[in-house]
Write a protein that binds this ligand. Sequence first.
Ligand code: SAM
Length: 281
Amino acid sequence: MNSNLPPLREVIDQYGLRAKKSLGQNFLTDLNLTGKIARSAGNIENSVIYEVGPGPGALTRGLLENGAAHVVAVEMDSRCIDALSDISSAYNGRLTVHEGDALSVNEQQLIGDTNGRDIHVVANLPYNVGTALLVKWMTETEWKPWFKSLTLMFQKEVGERIIAKPKTKAYGRLSVLCQYRAKAKILFDIPRQAFIPPPKVTSCIVQIIPHEEPLAAPKQQTLERVVSAAFNQRRKMLRASLKGLGMDPVPILTSTGIKETARAEELSVEDFCRLALEYEK
Ligand code: SAM
């Protein structure tokens, strides 16, 4: 551990970082835990890490301590910037922090030239924008995307939606959007008590590794339209819910061999891809 840096609780007091609910702030302070999260991202040595919301820097310190060549971070809360600059100094400038909103940045521009190093995204995401960020990354136009993996903290319930299989309550738009282009799994849970202040629910670390190629190849936007129409009315049969696409859905259901009386949650990710390809024609 870098002994030039004080414990996280001292940093939080020193810089007056009282957690703001509006920014989804729940801070980690246990460097053993953040080291474990950093190592769960795989072998990050010689990689560039993109981190959203470093806050006082507990996870950032774990990433640097575990050998990340460089961490590029985006933080919206100006109060955290000085605390993060202490970390950058202690780790010989291997941390670059940008003040801004992760939802609107262009990550590749921000990260710049990596000298051929892989980029991994590792973040304890703010709960209020976590899902929006995940959708932003999973709907990149270019696939393979700019990142090799996403290792992200979510509320457990969101993690379960990401990895859900058909015919379960958690299966929905997020499951299909993630699993059509990537392999997703929950690595481990993080208890509420690990945070200051403790959130209401358990969290978990989800890892998402992009497939080299999507399962089938409908356009991302087409797949999203079909999946949204189907799950917007998830209790209805597909022959009714898919009318939201602005056409009679029965012909595309017939030609893909999907029962018109089926409901969205009965379709596999592959079924959705076939349906989207047919709708595209
Ligand atoms: N990484 C720190 C940790 O593990 O203790 C803090 C995690 S806290 C759950 C989320 C962090 O994201 C906060 O520092 C918050 O200020 C920041 N944040 C919230 N919304 C953001 C946004 N749109 N863009 C960038 N950072 C954001």
